[in-house]
Design a protein around this ligand. Sequence first.
Ligand code: SF4
Length: 287
Amino acid sequence: MRDAYFAYASRGCIRKCTVCAVPKLEGEQRDAESITSVVRNIEARYGPKKDLILMDNNVVASPRFHDIIEEIRDLGFLPDAKLSIGRVPIQRRVDFNQGVDARILCKGPSYLRDLSRICLKPLRIAFDHLGLKAPYEQAVRYAHEFGLTSMSNYMLYNFHDSPADLFERMRLNVTLNEELDLRIWSFPMRYQPTNLPDRTHVGEKWTRYQLRAIQIILQATHGVVSGDPDFFKRAFGDTVHEFHELLMRPTLFQPRRSSSALVVSEIRLVPDSAFSWCPEMPADSAA
Ligand code: SF4
């Protein structure tokens, strides 16, 4: 992450999701300064960087999206691009790290075709509630069609969703991984209203007890939900019923340190491969 150019190709968003601060903080969708000039200026001052991290709020909503991809290609970030500085060439990477919008990606294959023409890794598609299931799944299938196999998503919970809603979203990733031989992993993100100074908000379909259980499980995995089927079934269950039971397990609510240790030790029983396929999971997460 340190060896990267950080830039925006666009800013703001076409939507006004109530859960999101972007409409207030960033405003309407618009172009940003040319990424070519940002990259060239950084390169002239600090030398070439391996990766390109783009922090756009909703890049696929930009009317210039196709041109942005061409600009990224012109900067050398083609699929399999490598940076040769030392003896060993290093694989380069583009990351739209705020995620891309499934409701736009699902409209046709052209968006994923464009994204497959750069060294994008991972593809991050936001999946904030189960109402997005159809567009999300369609976007993943297009990604698979164009050879994009490494995917990650942010999953909001504790908003208008329920535990079952969160489970179904996580479970869908496991199903798609199994069916299409993909590697999708996710980061559940707990909703907190921005005007609440502490983290006490409990969504209308959640209980404090369930939120605490999720927090303990996620502590054990550094916040990452691997889509590896063995890992997932052990950490979250295979059905909604098992997930609900797991959230009510009293052993999760032993004193804080021992309950986390218990979950970690259970997850440790899963082969290391369950962790190694999530590049964003620290190597010692299972330890
Ligand atoms: S689409 Fe994403 S960035 Fe835009 S308002 Fe909704 S959550 Fe925020």
